[in-house]
Design a protein around this ligand. Structure first.
Ligand code: HEM
Length: 178
């Protein structure tokens, strides 16, 4: 065991798996003109986008349950009150967005969705203006998430290379630092 606070192995797995999936789910629609060709068309591209979104939703619920059960390590010292509040707020809002984004994505469409081409998830029929509302929510929260992700990644890099503390290490496999 290392002498600095660390996230549990389960929390590290959920974090890095979510990071990869969020990267993909954002990249797919933003680069759809280029990627659709390689994925066999726009339909497949959006089936993948939606399916990854559903996985992120359940992964985030699981993450919240794990945090409630295990708690979080105190990676920032008590004296750094401002940074602690900033990092906790950014993390909390990101978890919220990772739940709102898939839900709004699901509710903005009047059509049923196909999870990985395996399971048909029926749509909820709502008035057109309500679908439109969730569409706007999806787009606005997507860009908010991208902004917060930049802040989050900048924070991790700043701590690792500038402050040279253990914040980034607390989320990496401890065997890397033997
Ligand atoms: C964490 C999960 C998700 C993230 C981060 C996310 C993010 C995004 C982003 C960045 C865009 C492009 C916005 C733009 O064109 O400017 C988008 C579009 C879209 N998303 Fe998602 N999404 C998620 C989940 C979902 C889910 C679960 C569904 C449906 C079940 C969905 C359906 C769509 C659709 C249909 C579009 C195209 C909207 C349009 O062209 O106007 N998304 N999403």
């Amino acid at each position: 065991m290392k002498n600095y606070p660390q996230y549990s192995t389960k929390q590290k797995w959920i974090h890095w798996l979510t990071a990869i999936l969020v990267f993909l789910v954002i990249l797919l629609p933003l680069l759809k003109e280029h990627l659709a060709y390689y994925l066999g068309g726009m339909g497949n591209l959006f089936t993948l986008h939606k399916s990854i979104g559903v996985i992120i939703f359940f992964l985030t619920l699981w993450r919240i349950i794990v945090i409630i059960k295990q708690g979080l390590p105190k990676v920032l010292p008590k004296e750094e009150k401002f940074q602690r509040i900033l990092s906790k707020s950014v993390q909390g809002i990101m978890y919220l967005l990772l739940l709102i984004l898939p839900l709004s994505g699901y509710l903005m469409s009047g059509r049923s969705m196909n999870f990985l081409g395996l399971i048909q998830i029926p749509s909820i029929n709502l008035p057109n203006h309500v679908h439109g509302f969730f569409h706007s929510v999806h787009i606005v929260t997507a860009y908010l998430l991208i902004a917060l992700l930049c802040l989050h990644i900048f924070g991790a890099i700043y701590h690792h290379f500038w402050v040279k503390d253990n914040v980034l290490k607390s989320m990496l496999p401890s065997r890397w630092f033997n």
